[in-house]
Ligand binder design. Structure first.
Ligand code: ATP
Length: 711
């Protein structure tokens, strides 16, 4: 039976019942798949206990991947292809997971080409007992038209059906007949409902409703780096996470070997997004902040803004390189190797040539240092051969280990501890001046020098920026391991040196860089993506822009966007996909003493609705608000703690609000948010972040005048 067949609407044979039938059958097929994996008898296939343990853990993971999560629908869409329509990716339209499946149809109706193929699109591949697909992974080539086909370009699709679920039950569907000239585009009600579905718990995936421009980024190839500029709520984080899931599917073996990493701005944010990839069946992606990546020392100190800006400047890489290289000294003495009754002498000028040659190569300091004894030994061997001996490789190794050679290497190319190198640069004005000459101005040098020099790396009060410098120095000594793919979220806030730290972790892989220049709130925030990408080492990356806003309703984003010309002129305003009249309320409290009470009342008003509530305020106002909320009987949670049905109110210091979202937001005193930053532009950007966290409603409560730029 094809999707085009007129079907009588009887209670068991109406479209919804049939779809529920397919859901039940798919669930049962998934259960069978799981049982088959669980029933594998390891005794038959493993010769020793090590193999058995590895296999067992692989099986456990596979069983986890095949779990049927009650509230996560097994499929969310259906595609009916036109009769005879060819699909793209014809070689393997079902993709890597479909090794046992044939490309008939995932619907079990047995349609031949003449009647068109039908595919159910879901989070994972499910097949029946014969190996025929019942649900196709959303990442398979054949699923792509679900996200991209349009009336203008139906891509062979006749009908696209989206399913709606309530509490795990299939309750609705929405059809688009892409080839029907009488039908027109409508905004999807299911998309609207999905976005507005109250938020409880961590961030969810958007796999059922990825939009065409988002899908292009999600499915862009592993070889290239993509940078996405997008205003608040345009789905950058969601797109980045789905891209990793896609890449893991399309290049599973390679990425399993090389590894993938998602970098976020802080722990709360990482905690907020940590469930998205597991929900998509991907359990092996690492998550970290930039600080985690460079945690070679304990960070106990802070920098003032001037010092932090200089330390984060890419010129520091030149200073470090010069300082490190200064450890290599020109040989002044010959090396004399004694073997048996013979002495072999390599004169200083020849040693100097070897050193010069090594310095001219693109080698790490440590690798060159390791190569030096072998080069000296080679020179000795040449002399041995010239005098008629026939030494082999073992002799070369023995010469390389000769004490005279070792001693020479230690003097010429001594080992360098990266932390000690940075410590010396920050403590010793002359050493810094020598290597920063012509690179940093005298003022800049003064700004980074410690007032009280530290004695040792252990006792030093390292700052976050210092840790990045040490990471750079480590990489100069020994190449940092590169992963296959790195997603960098909230990238606009990184310093050039931090970009370099991330860049070396994907030097042989690729990256997805996500950010919004208008939300940059660090003193070193990125001015342009071209600049950031060159620091990352990926100047050839494509920069894409997302402008459709999913989170913030039209009225609210229009209000927040008033700030744009004053802080980030030239950036495109987000155009919200959601009209939501009444979503913005501005409350002016004439009596400043009554403000806290008004803020608590606004939270209570928001709590009448379903979903999560965020009370956002300047960091220094948080203790006072916490006290007032407690006095009114509320126990708000902190950002990053999971919201539950019983604790839906989060008290958010504005410095942690970036990247997070709440169904309802109460923003206390915008003027204090602006005043909390060192300069007005950063203050307005911080306010812009705070104003754009709400999905359904924003209440601004103020006693002080609103910043004039909000007009
Ligand atoms: N295609 C989509 N379908 C459904 N929801 C979507 C879609 N795209 C984005 N969203 C939702 O919009 C909200 C904002 O997405 P996300 O956090 O990824 O935006 P962002 O661009 O990273 O925002 P910010 O700049 O504030 O960090 C999330 O709730 C996300 O699930």
């Amino acid at each position: 039976m094809s999707a085009l067949d007129p079907t009588p609407l009887t209670s068991t044979n109406d479209p919804l019942s049939r779809e529920r039938g397919h859901l039940a059958a798919s669930r049962s097929a998934l259960r069978t798949m799981r049982e088959q994996v669980a029933a594998l008898n390891l005794a038959d296939v493993t010769a020793n206990w090590v193999n058995a343990a590895v296999l067992e853990s692989q099986i456990e993971n596979r069983i986890k991947e095949l779990a049927d999560l009650t509230h996560t629908p097994l499929f969310f869409g259906r595609l009916d292809y036109l009769p005879g329509a060819r699909r793209d990716g014809d070689q393997d339209p079902l993709g890597p997971d479909a090794d046992t499946a044939t490309a008939t149809d995932a619907g079990g109706d047995g349609d031949g080409d003449d009647e068109g193929h039908r595919f159910y699109i879901g989070r994972r591949h499910v097949h029946d007992a014969d190996g025929d697909p019942m649900v196709i992974d959303w990442r398979a080539p054949v699923s792509q038209p679900f996200y991209r086909a349009s009336r203008k370009d139906p891509q062979g699709v006749d009908l696209r059906r989206r399913f709606g679920y309530t509490g795990g039950e299939l309750t609705a569907y929405e059809d688009e007949n892409l080839t029907d000239p009488m039908e027109h585009d409508r905004t999807s009600r299911l998309l609207q409902a999905e976005i507005e579905r109250p938020r409880v718990g961590p961030m969810r995936d958007i796999v059922a409703t990825i939009q065409p421009e988002q899908d292009e980024i999600v499915r862009s190839g592993l070889a290239g780096t993509v940078c996405v500029q997008g205003g608040p709520g345009t789905g950058k984080t969601a797109v980045g996470l789905h891209r990793v899931a896609y890449l893991l599917y399309a290049h599973r073996e390679r990425l399993a070997r090389t590894g993938t990493l998602v970098i976020g701005p802080n722990r709360s944010f990482l905690h907020y997004i940590e469930q998205v990839l597991p929900a998509l069946g991907e359990l092996a992606v690492q998550q970290a902040t930039v600080d985690d990546l460079v945690a070679h020392v304990d960070v106990r100190g802070t920098d003032d803004a001037t010092a932090a800006v200089v330390k984060g400047d890419a010129r520091m890489a030149t200073v470090l390189r010069r300082a490190l290289r200064s450890h290599v000294t020109a040989p002044t003495e010959p090396v004399v190797v004694v073997r048996g009754s013979r002495r072999w002498r390599i004169p200083a000028y020849e040693l100097a040539e070897i050193v010069e040659e090594l310095q001219g190569r693109d080698m790490r300091y440590g690798a060159a240092r390791e190569a030096l004894p072998q080069r000296i030994a080679h020179a000795v061997l040449v002399r041995m051969e010239e005098s008629g001996e026939a030494p082999d490789d073992r002799v070369q190794d023995a010469v390389a280990r000769n004490p005279a050679v070792k001693a020479a290497v230690k003097t010429i190319w001594p080992p360098v501890d990266p932390a000690k190198l940075v410590l010396r640069l920050l403590s010793d004005a002359d050493f810094l001046a020598e290597h920063a000459d012509g690179v940093l101005t005298a003022d800049e040098q003064r700004s980074v020098l410690w007032a009280k020099p530290a004695r040792s790396p252990r006792s030093a009060k390292w700052s976050r920026a210092d840790a990045v410098l040490i990471d750079e120095a480590r990489d100069l000594v020994e190449r940092t391991h590169s992963l296959g793919h790195v997603v960098l979220d909230e990238a606009q806030d990184l310093s050039p040196m931090q970009y370099r730290a991330v860049g070396r972790r994907c030097s042989t892989g690729s990256a997805t860089v996500l950010g919004d220049l208008a939300q940059g709130t660090t003193p070193w925030a990125t001015g342009s993506w071209a600049e950031a990408l060159s620091h990352l080492g990926k100047p050839e990356a494509l920069v894409e822009e997302l402008t459709a806003g999913f989170r913030v309703p039209r009225e609210v984003i229009a209000y927040a966007s008033r700030l744009l010309p004053h802080m980030s002129p030239g950036l495109t305003e987000v155009s919200s996909v959601r009209e939501s009249p009444g979503s913005l309320e501005i409350q002016h409290i004439a009596d400043a003493d009554a403000q806290v009470t008004a803020v608590v009342a606004a939270c209570e008003e928001s709590l009448r609705h379903e979903g999560s509530i965020g009370l956002i305020a300047a960091d220094d106002r948080i203790p006072e608000l916490a006290k007032a909320l407690a006095a009114a009987g509320h126990s708000p949670i902190a950002p990053g703690e999971e919201t539950t049905a019983d604790s839906r109110l989060t008290l958010v210091p504005v410095s942690l609000a970036k990247g997070l979202e709440y169904d309802y937001v109460v923003l206390a005193e915008p003027a204090a948010v602006v005043a909390g930053e060192p300069d007005e532009r950063t203050g307005l950007r911080r306010l812009y972040v705070a104003l754009t966290r709400a999905v359904s409603g924003l209440t601004v409560v103020h006693a002080e005048p609103l910043p004039e730029q909000l007009g």
